[in-house]
Every structure is written in structure tokens, then in C-alpha cells.
Design a protein around this ligand. Structure first.
Ligand SMILES: [Zn+2]
Length: 180
């Protein structure tokens, strides 16, 4: 009887732990259509990408990669300065993978693109209306608007754009040489 009770307790605790760990921190990638993820993974990440901000030309871009940031962080992307509200476009086709706010980036868009690449658009003033995780966007499609949300709130509005080649937040590379 004692043994039976102990087993029941273990079973109950296991169920509770499973419930706790899976409910609040559900990975957004779970909602992505596996067929589309597979299709994207089979494509090649282009070595040349369009500029993600409307009316900005390649000659105006500044290579801000690796510049020092607060608390010893290095700058993992490119800052593209533009007036608040300027349209931001996806530089690749891909799946909207995460739209949750974060302290540094503010309002952001994460896109899973070709060849397992991840694209990060941060400090937005807002997302394109109706944009949802799981949406498939084409290259050049509107995803949001330039702003200064997150830790950019004391700076001029700009888009922070980052490329990660080995997963979400992993394998960061300098976007500057890609943008033409
Ligand atoms: Zn930045």
C-alpha cells in the first residue's frame, strides 16, 4: 500500500512538472507549418539582399557591425536610420516566427528565411497590421515600420537588422556586405 501511494505521488508530480514546463514557455516555432519550414530549409540563403527600409540606398548605409554597446556587448547587426514610420520590408521570403517584444529590441519581427537563416528586425514603431506568427511572407513584403522601441528609445528612429545563419540568435554574421 505504501509503495502504491509513493508511485501515485511520483506520477502526480511528473504530470504537474510536465504541465508547468510546457504551458508558459511554448516555443513559437511549434506553430510553424513543417512543410513550409522544410521548403525554406531546402532553399539557399542568398549572398545579396535588398535593403529592408524604404527609400534608403546602399551608398547611405554605414557598417555598424561590432561597435561596442552597453555592458560589454558588441553590436550584432546593422542600424539603418530612417524617419519614424518608414516602411520595413522582409529581405527574404520566410515565415514570421516570433513577434514578442523584448527589452533590447522592443517591437521586433523574427523571420525564418532560406537555408535555415533567421532575420531579426528590431526597434519597430509597430508591426504591419494583422501580421501573425506562421504567416508566410515574400521578399519585399511589408512587415512593419521604423521606430525606436526597446533600448533605442533615447536614439533617433532606426531599424536594427540582424542575420543569424545557425538558428534563432545563433551564428550571427555582419549584414552589411549582403545589402546592395
Ligand atoms: Zn542596432
Amino acid at each position: 500500500m505504501r509503495q502504491y501511494l509513493a508511485l501515485t505521488w511520483i506520477a502526480l508530480i511528473t504530470v504537474l512538472l510536465a504541465a508547468c514546463s510546457s504551458t508558459p514557455k511554448k516555443s513559437p516555432s511549434i506553430q510553424l507549418n513543417p512543410i513550409l519550414v522544410k521548403k525554406l530549409n531546402s532553399l539557399q540563403m542568398p549572398n545579396s539582399l535588398p535593403i529592408p527600409v524604404a527609400r534608403v540606398h546602399a551608398a547611405e548605409l554605414k557598417d555598424t557591425w561590432g561597435a561596442s554597446r552597453s555592458r560589454g556587448r558588441l553590436h550584432e547587426g546593422i542600424d539603418i536610420i530612417a524617419p519614424r514610420g518608414t516602411k520595413v520590408f522582409s529581405v527574404t521570403e520566410g515565415l514570421i516566427a516570433d513577434l514578442r517584444k523584448n527589452n533590447l529590441g522592443g517591437k521586433v519581427v523574427w523571420i525564418l528565411g532560406p537555408g535555415g537563416s533567421w532575420h531579426y528586425y528590431a526597434h519597430l514603431d509597430g508591426h504591419k497590421r494583422g501580421l501573425k506568427v506562421g504567416n508566410y511572407v515574400q521578399k519585399g513584403q511589408l512587415i512593419g515600420y521604423v521606430g525606436n522601441s526597446g533600448n533605442a528609445r533615447h536614439t533617433a528612429p532606426h531599424l536594427h537588422y540582424g542575420i543569424y545563419l545557425q538558428g534563432k540568435g545563433r551564428g550571427v554574421v555582419n549584414p552589411y556586405p549582403y545589402l546592395r
